[in-house]
Design a protein. Structure first.
Ligand SMILES: [Zn+2]
Ligand SMILES: [Zn+2]
Lengths: 245, 197
């Protein structure tokens, strides 16, 4: 059966001499791994269309339950080359890719996640190198993505009694108030600014996110909390984090 | 029992990249009918490679000595280093007979998502080599794909503030192809890298 969908390339893995296994986030079928014959050859008809982050129209062949459907066509809608041309930006975006690969189940359509991913790429590509807000934009993706897959940390109040507080417990993915936390390990202490910014990033219309300016301190505190939460949730370290530090 | 032996060979051959069960069967039965000395020569070549092949201590090319033939060659321009991802890339560039400098093999390309971080590649060794030998040009010939390109950018940054000239092989359309079949990225890169005639 031939299926078509808009898709974003997340990751490519070389396979035998000139082939690729391509992991894509498709609009209609969710995250799918597919096999592409010979794209690494100089004269492949795939050209550059299977490079990571490329937004394209894909056609793939294989039964619905086929282990590895075969890519038959890929027409670029938007290459997002500008992101790949800027190493720092690209590394940041690979954090989004890694998070998605780790926490999104394969073959489950999530149109909201697809659209989110695409909007974020658009926002990052639109930044000028002098005014690079990709740190914030990637953070926004992480927050929204976690919410969409149901792994978001709970910061709006104590997980047990609902009372507001600032002590975040990684093992519970939540704020727990002093009374309810009796006998538990040491928490991560969050500042009120972080809790407020998190809430804003979660709820604001994405089109207005450009207006949000977070201080360097809030940004790094919030990123730190979120990345720790992500590593705990995914039960493995974030590989893409290492390069940038 | 005979089938057990041939089955074993088939299984071993399927370990090779690009060799499926069918090809392995064909190869195995071909080997079976080969003259004994020819078949043994293959086996010997394989075991020799495994026993003697190692990386050149300077450029990380494959060699059977401490320093590879290219690094030892007095005729070559030691002020130019061409950086490639894999030893097999050297063979291809050598075949083009255009470059007469030395090489440096990174043994991979940057891909954090696959756990390939800069320290897993021979990048520090490159920087050290360039500084220690007064090299005046580093030509980055990593693959023209995302991993190769990011690796090139990373290496470029490593030489910031260093007098060496860092160049990147040009992006272009494959010779013998038709412009009509080029995709937009390839085409825009080719335009970006145009030169005066
Ligand atoms: Zn409580
Ligand atoms: Zn050498």
């Amino acid at each position: 059966m031939l299926r078509r969908s808009e898709a974003i390339v997340l990751r490519t893995t070389p396979f035998s001499e000139a082939d690729l296994i391509v992991t894509t986030l498709t609009l209609d079928y969710g995250m799918i791994k597919a096999f592409a014959k010979s794209p690494r050859k100089t004269r492949s008809r795939f050209g550059s269309s299977l490079e990571p982050l490329t937004y394209s129209k894909l056609a793939f062949w294989g039964r619905e339950d086929a282990n590895l459907p075969r890519l038959t066509q890929s027409d670029i809608i938007k290459p997002f080359q500008a992101i790949r041309d800027r190493m720092d930006c690209f590394f940041r975006v690979t954090e989004m890719v890694e998070l998605t690969l780790n926490l999104l189940p394969e073959r489950e359509a999530h149109r909201d996640i697809f659209h989110l991913f695409l909007s974020i790429l658009d926002m990052i590509e639109g930044d000028s190198p002098e005014d690079d807000s990709s740190v914030l934009t990637v953070l926004l993706y992480k927050i929204r993505f976690l919410d969409m897959v149901g792994y978001g940390p709970r910061l709006e109040g104590c997980a047990r009694c609902g009372k507001s507080g600032y002590n975040f417990y990684i093992s519970h993915g939540s704020i727990i108030c002093g009374l309810c936390a009796k006998g538990m390990d040491a928490p991560m202490r969050l500042s009120p600014g972080v809790i407020k910014s998190y809430d804003t990033l979660r709820r604001w219309d994405i089109a207005k996110i450009g207006r949000i300016k977070l201080s360097r301190m809030i940004l790094s505190e919030l990123s730190g909390m979120l990345d720790t939460h992500i590593q705990y949730t995914a039960a493995k370290p974030m590989r893409t984090k290492v390069v940038q530090s | 029992m005979t089938l057990g032996i041939i089955e074993n060979l088939i299984n071993e051959l399927t370990r090779l990249p690009g060799i499926g069960r069918k090809t392995a069967q064909r190869l195995a039965f071909f080997i079976l009918t080969m003259p004994e000395d020819e078949a043994k020569a293959i086996a010997k070549a394989i075991s020799e490679v495994k026993e003697r092949a190692r990386f050149c201590s300077q450029c990380f090319n494959i060699t059977d000595a401490e320093v590879c033939e290219i690094c030892r060659d007095e005729q070559r321009d030691k002020k130019k280093i061409c950086v490639v991802e894999e030893p097999s890339n050297i063979l291809v560039i050598e075949r083009a007979r255009f470059f007469n400098g030395l090489y440096h093999v990174l043994l991979g390309s940057l891909s954090p998502i696959d756990g390939i971080t800069p320290e897993k590649l021979k990048i520090d060794e490159l920087v050290h080599r360039v500084q220690a030998n007064g090299v005046d040009e580093v030509i980055i010939a990593t693959n023209p794909n995302t991993k190769g390109e990011i690796t090139a950018q990373y290496i470029r940054e490593c030489f910031n503030g260093h007098p060496v000239k860092v160049t990147r092989i040009a992006y272009g359309l494959p010779m013998g192809s038709d412009i009509e079949f080029a995709d937009e990225v390839t085409l825009s890169k080719a335009l970006e890298g145009r030169r005066q005639m």
